[in-house]
Design a protein around this ligand. Structure first.
Ligand code: NAP
Length: 291
């Protein structure tokens, strides 16, 4: 029976660092401020934003949620972002994704001041990651890296196979894990919907990360014994009473075969939130001390 890689202790270790840094800032009279922008009433986004807001205030940060209607014009959203960019009490700005289809996530993410880019998805910060000179890191890729390193499975020297090349997770993760130095130095294969015979690649992985958004994408047949699996997917599956959350991996069958696997929920999700708050305090330090 494989080990379950619970995200809670990893999140708790990162939260501890956030709390320490926030109290050092408080001693200088600075309270790190996070602005969270939500557009529309997508139930998953409502729930994620609530979690992030609560987690921020629980660690001594100041958090403010801005809610705009789903039909808001892009100019109005960009104007709010511009106002938050100029607010000295706001050190991190997060726009919850996905956005309604009439809004361009590229334009919206690029409008956030890169120094306040709590999500680490601004083109400048992604560019710095590619150059090997990272600043604020994208939250979910860093969460995956933290889980691996802090659970005793550092990616260095391993073959990591990533399924999914999305901008939020798979693509930046492939760069993060293959960069030079601690937490990196992996050999990475990046698979996607145009990969023929996915199993041919996933069977080669010492570590397999799946970030697709479709339940059952990663089955036990396509992962080798003793591999480590990180399941990033979050899918709502209807039940008679409402819905339940499942990942992209066939958890029950894989658990019998692998060395370790993250659960959904309770794996990558809580660590992603902790990294968001870490980014916010790091951004605050940089803005208030010039570091
Ligand atoms: P995305 O941008 O839609 O990317 C999905 C990727 O999966 C695409 O690259 C797509 O390939 C690939 N794909 C689709 N079907 C495939 C198949 N049958 N075989 C192989 N690859 C396939 O999604 P995302 O934003 O990266 O998110 C992925 C999942 O992670 C979602 O379930 C999301 O909810 C979850 N997520 C979780 C967290 C967390 O904190 N836990 C954070 C962010 C996202 P193409 O590029 O060829 O289309």
């Amino acid at each position: 029976m494989g080990r379950i890689l619970d995200g809670q202790p990893v999140a708790a270790a990162i939260q501890h660092e956030v709390r320490e840094r926030a109290s050092s800032l408080a001693a200088r009279g600075v309270v790190p401020g996070l602005a969270i922008v939500r557009v529309g009433e997508d139930p998953a986004s409502v729930s994620y934003v609530r979690q992030k807001d609560r987690a921020a205030t629980g660690l001594g940060l100041r958090s403010h949620v801005f809610v705009l209607p789903a039909e808001v014009e892009e100019a109005e959203l960009l104007s709010l972002i511009s106002r938050l960019n100029g607010d000295p009490g706001v050190h991190g700005v997060l726009v919850q994704l996905p956005l309604p289809p009439h809004l361009s996530p590229e334009r919206v993410l690029a409008a956030v001041d890169p120094r306040k880019d709590a999500d680490g998805l601004h083109p400048e910060n992604l560019g710095r990651l590619v150059r090997g000179d990272p600043n604020l890191l994208p939250c979910t890729p860093r969460a995956v890296q933290e889980i691996l390193v802090r659970s005793g499975y550092p990616p260095s020297g391993k073959h990591v196979v990533i399924v999914g090349r999305g901008l939020l997770v798979g693509r930046p993760l492939s760069i993060l894990l293959s960069q030079r130095g601690p937490g990196g130095d992996a050999t990475v294969t990046l698979c996607h919907s145009a990969t023929p015979n996915l199993g041919r690649f996933t069977r080669e992985g010492d570590i397999v990360v799946v970030a697709v958004g479709k339940p059952g994408t990663l089955t036990a047949e396509v992962v080798r014994e003793g591999a480590v699996v990180v399941d990033v997917g979050v899918n709502r599956v209807p039940t008679p009473k409402g819905y339940r959350l499942v990942g992209d991996a066939d958890f029950a069958a894989l658990q019998d075969k692998v060395e370790a696997i993250t659960p959904v929920p309770g794996g990558v999700g809580p660590v992603t939130v902790a990294v968001l708050l870490l980014n916010t305090v790091l951004a605050c330090e940089a803005q208030t001390t010039g570091r």
